[in-house]
Design a protein around this ligand. Structure first.
Ligand code: G3P
Ligand code: MG
Length: 248
């Protein structure tokens, strides 16, 4: 298998452009593109009836007009909810999008994407396989493959089986002392870590091993510059426009 190098941008729009448009909505991804982002990150989960949708939380309350758990909600019910008004009145009526709807939009906008499979270990495999079935059908063969990432190893194992040529990134909440073994075992190309856990020497060690380093969530230019100086390849940002000014 020949693998092209990961061509990462310095700034990836987090959940779209989460500071200036409702996260994980089509309006948010369009905003990220308008602000100059070349890549976006989004969260993939399954509805009760198994449809991959773009949604971050376990529950509906924070970002929609609905209540309860996403896993207990069918797509039809989810589609009746408002996922924009909570953010600002001007976004009222913005729906929770399916993964398919978002990917079609990203292709139109010329955006590249990091698909974060948002599931615990128990649901990682089915969530990843559901997402990949849609993404493989929709994503054009001539575009760089989406970068698949997850906190759940079960999702990354499923991704390696179902779409070995799609790059994978191991996502970690804290510093994984065993990052070398885990990324090797899962055949990952990148390590995605909260910026608080990064140091110059940790970044250098990961880069020396041939992996890309991605840091979330970075909304200040000074912090982004420090991370880039250490060799961090890309930062996820709710405010891509702020960081893009200082990029390059
Ligand atoms: O993928 C990076 C980042 O999005 C992981 O954390 O909770 O924002 O999905 P979270
Ligand atoms: Mg995420």
């Amino acid at each position: 298998l020949t693998v092209p190098p990961l061509a990462l941008p310095q700034v990836i729009g987090h959940r779209g452009a989460a500071a200036s448009a409702p996260e994980n909505t089509k309006a948010g991804f369009a905003r990220a593109a308008a602000l100059g982002a070349a890549w976006v990150e989004l969260d993939v989960q399954l509805t009760r009836d198994g449809i991959p949708v773009v949604f971050h939380d376990d529950t509906l309350e924070r970002t929609t007009s609905g209540r309860g758990a996403l896993v207990d909600t069918d797509l039809a019910g989810l589609k009746r909810l408002d996922a924009g008004a909570w953010f600002a009145p001007g976004f009222a009526g913005e729906p929770v999008p399916t993964l398919e709807e978002v990917l079609v939009l990203l292709v139109e906008l010329g955006l590249s994407v990091n698909l974060e499979i948002k599931a615990g270990e128990a649901r990682g495999r089915e969530t990843c396989l559901g997402g990949l079935a849609v993404a493989c059908a929709v994503w054009p063969a001539d575009r760089p493959k989406p970068l698949m990432s997850s906190f759940a190893e079960s999702a990354l194992i499923a991704a390696a089986e179902a779409a070995p040529e799609w790059p994978r990134g191991l996502l970690c909440e804290t510093w994984p002392e065993d990052w070398r073994q885990r990324t090797t075992r899962l055949d990952c190309r990148s390590l995605h870590v909260h910026w608080r856990h990064l140091t110059a020497s940790r970044v250098a060690a990961v880069k020396e091993a041939g992996l890309a380093v991605l840091a979330y969530t970075v909304n200040e230019r000074r912090l982004a510059r420090r991370l880039w100086d250490w060799g961090v390849d890309a930062v996820f940002s709710d405010r891509p426009e702020r960081l893009l000014v200082g990029a390059g």
